[in-house]
Design a protein around this ligand. Sequence first.
Ligand code: WTA
Length: 658
Amino acid sequence: MVDRNGWDADASVPAGPSHDPPASFVEQANVTEEAVYEAFETEWPDCWERAADLLSWEREYDTVLEADDAPFYEWFSGGKLNASYNCLDRHLEAGRKTHAAIRWEGKRGERETYTYQDLATAVNEFAAALLDLGVEEDDIVTLYLPMIPELPIAMLACARIGAPHSVVFAGLSADALATRMDAADSEFLVTCDGYYRRGDAFNQKSKADNALITLEQDVETVVVDRLGDDLPHVLSEREYDYEALVTDNRGETVEPVRRDAEDMLFLMYTSGTTGEPKGVVHTTGGYLAHVAWTSRAVLDVKPEDTYWCAADIGWITGHSYIVYGPLALGTTTIMYEGTPDYPDRDRLWEIVDRNAVDIFYTAPTAIRAFMKWGEEYPAKHDLSSLRLLGTVGEAISARPWNWYRDHIGGGETPIVDTWWQTETGAITVSTLPGVDEMKPGSAGPSLPGIDARVVDAEGDRVDPGETGYLIIARPWPGMARTLYDGDERYRSEYWSQFAEPENDRWWYFSGDAATVDEDGYITVMGRVDDVINVAGRRLSTMEIEGAITGVDGVVEAAVVGRSSEADGTAVCAYVSTEADCDPDGDLRGRIVESIESSIGPIAKPESVVFTPELPKTRSGKIMRRLLEDVANGNQLGDTSALRNPEIVGEIQTEVQTE
Ligand code: WTA
């Protein structure tokens, strides 16, 4: 299933005023000097030593960047280090054993705190257990776990013994798990019996069992008992109980393996433009240096902070900014298993309040939901501990940006809108919150050392305000090194569109469209593959959506193409409205009017379908492809990865009766 990106470019809503970072924030920020941009420019690529200096190396690297075999770059070659050592042992050595590493908030209100010592102990014991099972360095271990502490423990245990992990988001289907394990030839799986979903016990192991049936390789499976008596399970051959394995290894310690900077730390499957997921390869040195540097410079993380990235570790955001970045810096990272509206819609704010969270990082889709639910939920809690807010995953338009700042940030907390991708490994475009002005609706400039540009099809920079392709014109430490399925696919997916090998021009193509303003601030429009061609004219679905979401009463919109005899493709809009808004003919008229006035009659939708919610993946992205299939009356694929699969039937009925 293709996980497409949603966005909410409220194009018709004026961006409103920009904001300087408040003095109280700047005073304490990790990075406050504007000169950092200049310094990274003049010292490039050696500037990235500052990121490498945030890590502890067992052997110093010989060179910062090796570019001989572009686009197969190497960062910090010759360096040796271990990611688990960097996230754990060195903090113990620094006398921070009793400092909280992970505060876990379970779905049933459970709370657990792992100090750095507790986490190190758990990681060592499970690393010993993995060795017992026969895991060797470079074996790929698949982790299919929900947001329970065993997930980061298993990741760090893998890192400790030099076995790359491949985390598969727990909400993905058996088929998705099988495809990934097959592609990675993974012979080890860590999963659980099940987990709680809105209070009910949900069976995860049966999905894992179904996946394994289809695999050719034998797989050793470790099962975490999350549900106890709520869902008894039996273990068969090649299946091991997590707790029993750990008990057998009580008190064991495992020396962290010396990994080469360029050795694989993990594999992360992500959707491509084709159906086959891409296995993105991240390395130990460059990745860890880049996530640590951006956690410090962009998210302003300090060791004494309580930091919360409300994402799922099953996606890249959770890898980089729940686990590796914050733990490398020795901070306290919150890990939340539940949903934002259970038991009530103030759940997140209750957690922020009780834990005195300093930094909160989430996705625009969540912010739009908070906005829809109403300001009374955050108002119930003291959120004054928050010093910085962040967003990631899709564009955030000015309206939700301002709402976030006003109602979560008390009207003054700075916001970083961070653009990056599974492939970039870490943040690449964002303001530096202690340096730069914030412009609601625009992510910001390239980070120091990053050269993100918006170019036309020929590679020339577009004029301010013009839409173009977002490329990165220079390598960066956190970049993917290849795709597990092969160097050729890596080259063709990212380095064939704008790279000119004959001119030694190596530009990475992100697959996104964007605009840039006079100050170099980049506004990301969304994937270029979401362009529709109506009567020979190229229309941006995003632009139409922007026109729709500018209409009062509308919360979100998704626009897709429907095959049409007359125009080749016709515009079909799905629209969710505010709770108290009646989606009547009047609203439909206003939507059409808004589209016609902001884009032109050519973009007039053939149909407008109202729905209480849009179908979304668990990572919060609107499933445009699915909506396209519904619009075209196509057979629907697997919808199991959706957050709200029940909505699909409702939408189908609505479309049919339209
Ligand atoms: C989109 C998530 C606008 C973009 C870290 C990108 C964004 C894709 C932003 C990567 C942002 C991410 N503004 N769009 N701040 N951040 N995107 O791989 O289309 O799950 O290409 O990585 O999300 O999604 P991925």
